[in-house]
Write a protein that binds this ligand. Structure first.
Ligand code: G3P
Ligand code: MG
Length: 225
């Protein structure tokens, strides 16, 4: 079962910061999950919300702020909002990386950065999983690089279960804990898809997921997995 540190290890450190990702590595996760946007000046920045208000001491829309403005903010415990590159450098050889495309038009720059890392560093495409609730961005990612693994995020149980994942040519269907059931897991497996579930923090819920036979769990406390 794939152990995934959600936004690093946000149960222990400010979410989506380098100390959170370091903590996840210390806890020996198989994969870290992060959320990405393109800011006003074009840099790929790692942050969950479309506004900086909740997770930093600033105010405003991520996509309307320059990199310099974003970097001047405190993302918790004196940490800065990281770039995607900084997280890749930290993860180097130690863990796989799930990049969740949160902002609009993120597939292209993310895939281009991954290409750079695969061609010039010690990474392979298998080290990456691209996920999004925006399945159109996932289609774009697959078109740019058919070798990239994609994870289709969804909240709810579609009438035809995991078919959307199959239609997208996905590696995994990434489902919300509240909606997972045995029918969905079985259908995904029949279609050759992995089932990854977020965000599971309680011990009894972690056990329930394992009993359902899921392939991976996102947790804020990945040492509990
Ligand atoms: O990828 C799993 C999970 O991170 C999706 O939801 O809102 O926490 O990014 P969210
Ligand atoms: Mg996420």
């Amino acid at each position: 079962m794939i152990k995934i540190g959600h936004r690093g290890a946000m149960g222990y450190a400010p979410e989506n910061t380098l100390i959170s990702f370091k903590k996840a590595l210390d806890l020996r996760v198989d994969m870290i999950e992060l959320d990405v946007y393109v800011c006003k000046t074009g840099e790929l920045v790692v942050i969950h919300d479309d506004k900086v208000d909740r997770t930093t001491n600033g105010k405003g829309w991520v996509t309307e702020m320059t990199f310099e403005e974003l970097r001047s903010l405190d993302a918790g415990q004196g940490e800065k909002i990281p770039t995607l590159e900084e997280v890749f450098n930290l993860a180097d050889e130690k863990t796989k990386i799930n990049v969740e495309l949160k902002g609009p038009e993120t597939a292209k720059p993310v895939l281009s950065l991954i290409d750079n890392y695969v061609s010039s560093k010690r990474f392979s495409y298998d080290d990456f999983l691209i996920s999004s609730f925006d399945h159109h961005e996932l289609v774009k990612a697959k078109k740019i690089n058919p070798d990239i693994k994609i994870g289709a995020l969804i909240t709810g149980v579609p009438i035809d279960y995991a078919k959307f994942g199959q239609d997208l040519g996905a590696y995994s269907v990434n489902l919300c804990r509240e909606f997972i059931n045995q029918e969905f897991v079985d259908d995904a497996h029949k279609k050759g898809l992995k089932v990854l579930v977020w965000t599971v923090n309680d011990h009894d819920e972690i056990k329930r997921m394992k009993d359902l036979g899921v392939d991976g769990i996102f947790s804020n406390f990945p040492d509990r997995l």
